[in-house]
Design a protein around this ligand. Sequence first.
Ligand code: ATP
Ligand code: FE
Length: 339
Amino acid sequence: IIILGIESSCDDTSAAILKNEAILSNEIAGQKVHEAYGGVVPELASRAHQQNILPVVDAAIKNAKIHISDIDAVAFTRGPGLLGSLIVGTSFAKSFALGLDIPIVEVNHMHGHVLAHFIDDIENNELKEKPSFPFLCLTVSGGHTQVVLVRDHLDMEVVGTTKDDAAGEAFDKTAKLLGLPYPGGPLIDKYAKEGDANAFKFTKPEMANFDFSFSGLKTNVLQFLQRETKKDKDFIEKRLPDICASLQKTIVDILFDKLIKAAKHYSINEIAIAGGVSANSGIRKRLLEEGEQRNWKTYIPKFEYCTDNAAMIAITGRFHYLNGKFADQSVTPQARMKI
Ligand code: ATP
Ligand code: FE
């Protein structure tokens, strides 16, 4: 089975070709236009998707070395995401499939982040092991922070979620307070490597069950920076690595407190991470450490399958396809969509 995957939920236009469970190509066009605004501007994102989608799909087909008539189905992100962005991918998928007379499969973007673990991935000449069910997946991205109980490929339950900002927003918004450009998450990660994680202490929220909150941290960091820069106007410049390392440690602690609690509660030791923020080196390191200590089997997706990509949409589409679950041509995108 060959599936064309299309992802356009936020600011990356991506197309991938999946043959059975192996990725033949995974093309991604990012959008630089948003940098100047310190965040994604929905209207500009939608316009850039319109420009990018055709060349990206074209490149995916060429690089996969297949013919357009080899494609069996088109899987696309229906939601959640920015409506204007989703419309471009959805409309394209529908018309492309209509032209070829092949079925379409709608995909929930958050299923995609989790199921990225099921892409055939070769490491050291060996097929990387995939999680076995049930497993817990900590999905941390620009818009979501979820502890997901995964019972089967398409049987998932969100057992913990953020009540305000997502982990990615916690990184990006505090990075902005430090004067770092958008998206600041990867930069915090970079500077944290040279800093002392115990230099400063930031607040951790008290949240029930397996839920998260990050808005208090943002306020705490703002007040901390105002206080310190009043004393020394060059404080941020002088202590950037220490601030970043301490911040990253706090965010990682908040995430792992709940992940550990959930693992104990459900007696599950198959533990995965997913989403753009799972690219963070502090999170990856901590997962391996906890795994060693707690006898967890841990799973980390390849870097290119962490941030938004169409490969994860194609693999999710494959599971729907195998279940015979196809979408109708009347399908419309959904900005908000539950797992
Ligand atoms: P969602 O999937 O919830 O709709 P999204 O798709 O926009 O959101 P992703 O692309 O999965 O989000 O992730 C983007 C986020 O990941 C950004 O907030 C970015 O700062 C963060 N991020 C990427 N790399 C790192 C890193 N190394 N450290 C911390 N954060 C990172
Ligand atoms: Fe995403």
